[in-house]
Design a protein around this ligand. Structure first.
Ligand SMILES: [Ca+2]
Length: 224
């Protein structure tokens, strides 16, 4: 979900911040995944799973794998959803988040504040492998003029299933990865619409009410 509500976060109590954050681990990758649609390359990871309400009568759920090495943080989203559709082909295109696709949002310094600061950034990737990316500003708002350099691929596995793989350079995240030490804030999200009715719905790992609000993000720990 892209936060058209980003001007309203102060109206929402940051309830998620009062709860213990969700936790996941990224496993050191002896061999970097090639982002070529091979799920077997991700079996070295400890996956997490989350699910949403059915859409168009189809169950929706996602399994996310995280790996890392000295160069990149790697994510893979294995998504089951309603019949797949995507319209947006333009980078940073409007309404890309209504397409079938994934999002991840990172709070590199794990400030867990409500402001979206320069260490915070997000990628939305639809099933056409088109991206809407943004980064926070000193004023605490997302800036879509920022364009990241992460590599990413999409493989359609069936009418209802797709795989998105991403490699985010640590230089972009702004951290030097250290096993057992490095932690970052993160949320993971799946967007989808029913192609028959246009009905939109999303589901995310951390159950955020307002996206681009790092106070509700979960935590990822790097393990070696
Ligand atoms: Ca952008």
């Amino acid at each position: 979900m892209f936060p058209m509500l980003w001007v309203l976060p102060m109206l929402f109590a940051p309830a998620a911040a009062l709860e213990a954050p969700r936790r996941m681990q990224a496993q050191f990758a002896a061999q970097a995944p090639r982002l070529e649609g091979r799920l077997t390359e991700w079996q070295q990871a400890t996956p997490i799973a989350f699910s949403g309400r059915p859409l168009a009568g189809h169950p929706r759920h996602a399994t996310v794998y995280a790996l890392w090495d000295a160069a990149n943080l790697y994510l893979a989203f294995d998504v089951y959803s309603s019949p797949l559709q995507a319209q947006v082909r333009e980078h940073d295109g409007d309404r890309l988040w209504f397409d079938d696709g994934i999002e991840f949002l990172i709070d590199a310094h794990r400030d867990r504040g409500t402001a979206y600061l320069p260490d915070d950034f997000a990628y939305h990737i639809n099933i056409r492998n088109t991206v809407f990316d943004d980064r926070g500003t000193p004023q605490g708002q997302p800036d879509k003029a920022w364009n990241g350099v992460a590599r990413h691929s999409v493989h359609i596995l069936s009418d209802h299933r797709y795989l998105v793989e991403v490699a985010v350079p640590w230089a972009e995240i702004g951290l030097t990865p250290v096993a057992g030490t490095t932690r970052l804030g993160i949320d993971l999200c799946v967007n989808g619409s029913d192609p028959a009715t246009g009905a939109y719905d999303y589901f995310d790992w951390c159950h955020l009410q307002v996206f681009h609000d790092p106070s509700g993000f979960g935590e990822m720990e790097l393990v070696g």
